[in-house]
Design a protein around this ligand. Structure first.
Ligand code: GLA
Length: 602
């Protein structure tokens, strides 16, 4: 194809007969090279791969800083920048997932690099399991950056004649700062990685019942949420955790993927019909990789979980992890889930609420394969799902954003960004997420206040603006809204329909750094630069505050732009050189949103 071409460099070890292909794939339309390696055991004896990195970059030292993303549950993808020095700096996960804590991304930037200028060399792993990225400066001050599968827990047996293909690392370079790096990655993932029918389509505006009801719901409650939501213009109801097995809290039920009709009050088919009757799509939550000991599945197949024989397993959220390195386990769960999806489900939220521990498979011949085989089992399941239901929209999730990575993005065009729905915290979480991921992939909802994770109250407008910088949806009980709030939601939804193509396909610019600025501000610019959506949230308020001017980016010089609500006309150069003064309206966390169109010459 014309899309890309690959260079293969073959290295051969004549002593063992091992062949290693180093693969470099260059894309024609975007500044990306992907790297990986393939290894063939061309010898006569079995061998074990114990360290296979997919990419290695050696460079002259240019006084680099290493940028990485770190975090925790509800605090994903915060930014860190440390000087590259002698001695290794690494980010890594051995949790079986890309994790909340570290992220499979690392970028080296020259001193003084900001969003618009400076050299950046980034690496991003297309893989969802254990990883390690390192950088160090050697004895001659040369810099080496590597990325690949984490060697810990990896000991891959390769019989004579067998091959091992390592996952790809995406290499990105920018000579125009971190902003350009981000836009290149966004383009690359939107054009060459995300493959759902929803890739370029406007995503349905959904309402999810999790924060509205938690486990306490039945179909009457769901219908009442859906009916009110439909009146507001919301297009899909997502039934979250609690609809299956014996599941009234997180102690039981996982693994039993059949509908709890007694709890719901009717069959899933009837519920879906009623939801569709309201003109809405129906979506559902699943967590296929997990099991509670208090479940029929565990009673029948206690050996299907990962656990070390003779030891008490580590439980997290009262659950264990199913052994997805075993095909029969994947097959069985797949079959159960299909029975549900066949009933007319149009969206799936694929969750995974714990990381892996006790990684031991009683069926495995070689325990050194299990971590990796687990990820292959997960991908196999997802691949089958995507093939069988090409029109279902799948949203990844992992206790929020614990497995937000390019590997998952291949199967799930959007991923729940964080369990933290607080608009102010989200400004920072979404800022960090934007470094590598297109906004079209960032799951984001308007939830109730005081926020359930922080207790903070922000206005509906602020919550709407922040959720619009993502896939946009709601996660609250519409029955608790006042008439004024309902009216405001109707107008938010109207706005979203207008702005969605720009948000989903536009060029994304970070205008301030919300970790240090008084305001978080960002912007979407259409490919032809004729449309601009500016969004900002005040993160701090002070008496007699200094005015924050936020400078726009990426506009056409020497042109005029008209802000569509006020009708005011601005010169592009003024917007980019002087900036827009953010109002200092009373009250915390005000949000501002301005939509500009180029004034065409008459
Ligand atoms: C995770 C998800 C939440 C919700 C719960 C349900 O925490 O991130 O959005 O689905 O599980 O148990």
């Amino acid at each position: 194809q014309d899309v890309c071409s690959s260079l293969e460099i073959l290295c051969e070890d004549s002593h063992t007969g091992v062949k290693v292909w180093m693969l470099y794939t260059v894309f024609e339309d975007v500044d990306i090279i992907t790297r990986s390696v393939k290894i063939l055991n061309g010898g006569k004896e079995e061998l074990y791969l114990t360290k296979v990195f997919s990419a290695c970059l050696d460079m002259d030292n240019r006084d680099f800083d290493a940028v990485s993303l770190h975090g925790s549950w509800a605090r994903e993808r915060q930014i860190q920048s440390v000087p590259v020095s002698h001695g290794k700096f690494s980010v890594e996960s051995v949790r079986g997932e890309s994790s909340h804590q570290d992220h499979p991304f690392m970028a080296l930037k020259t001193k003084g690099t900001d969003q618009d200028q400076g050299e950046v060399y980034g690496m991003h792993f297309v893989y969802s399991g254990n990883f390690k990225a390192t950088v160090h400066s050697d004895q001659f001050d040369q810099v080496r950056m590597t990325m690949g599968i984490h060697p810990e827990g990896f000991r891959w047996k390769l019989l004579p004649g067998e091959e091992f293909q390592a996952p790809e690392v995406v290499l990105v370079h920018s000579h125009e700062g971190l902003g350009k790096m981000t836009r290149t990655l966004h383009d690359f993932y939107r054009k060459h990685l995300i493959r759902s029918v929803y890739k370029d389509q406007k995503r349905p505006i959904l309402i999810n019942n999790w924060e509205a009801t938690y486990f306490d719901f039945n179909t009457d409650k769901l219908i009442s949420i859906a009916r009110q939501a439909a009146e507001l213009g919301i297009e899909m109801l997502v039934m979250d955790d609690g609809w299956f097995g014996k599941r009234d809290d997180d102690n039981s039920g996982l693994g039993d993927w059949y509908v709890n009709e007694e709890k719901l009050g009717e069959s899933l088919q009837d519920l879906i019909q009623r939801i569709n009757g309201l003109g809405m799509k129906f979506g559902i939550w699943i967590e296929p990789e997990s099991v509670n000991e208090d479940s029929n599945l565990f009673q029948e197949h206690p050996d299907w979980v990962m656990r070390i024989p003779g030891r008490n397993p580590v439980r997290a959220r009262n659950q264990l992890v199913l052994d997805f390195s075993r095909k029969e386990v994947v097959d069985y769960i797949f079959e159960q889930i299909c029975k549900i999806l066949d009933l007319g489900v149009e969206y799936v939220k694929w969750d995974m609420n714990r990381s892996l521990a006790d990684v031991y498979s009683c069926a495995a011949k070689d325990q050194g394969n299990v971590f990796y085989d687990y990820v292959l089992g997960l991908y196999d399941f997802l691949e089958r799902l995507v093939q069988r239901y090409p029109n279902i929209l799948i949203e990844g999730c992992c206790g929020g954003g614990g497995r937000f990575d390019a590997g998952m993005l291949y199967y799930t065009p959007q991923i729940w960004c964080s369990d933290n729905t607080d608009a102010v915290d989200r400004v920072r979480i979404q800022y960090g997420t934007s470094f590598g991921y297109p906004v079209s992939s960032v799951g984001s909802h308007v939830s109730a206040v005081p926020n359930h994770q922080t207790g903070r109250s922000t206005s509906l407008k602020t919550r709407g603006v922040v959720a619009m910088a993502g896939t946009f949806g709601y996660e609250l009980d519409p029955g608790m809204l006042t008439e004024d709030e309902k009216q405001e939601i109707r107008s938010q939804i109207e706005q979203y329909h207008r702005y969605a193509p720009l948000i989903q396909n536009g060029r994304y610019y970070r205008l301030t750094n919300p970790f240090v600025s008084e305001a978080g501000a960002w912007e979407f610019v259409s490919e032809d630069q004729k449309e601009v959506l500016f969004q900002a949230v005040m993160l701090e308020i002070h008496g007699n505050m200094t005015v924050n001017y936020v400078r726009l980016k990426g506009l056409k010089r020497d042109c005029l732009y008209q802000e569509q609500t006020s009708g005011r006309v601005y010169a592009a150069d003024a917007l980019m050189e002087t900036g827009i003064p953010l109002p200092t309206a009373f009250g915390e966390y005000q949000a501002y949103q301005y939509y500009f169109k180029e004034v065409e010459e008459s």
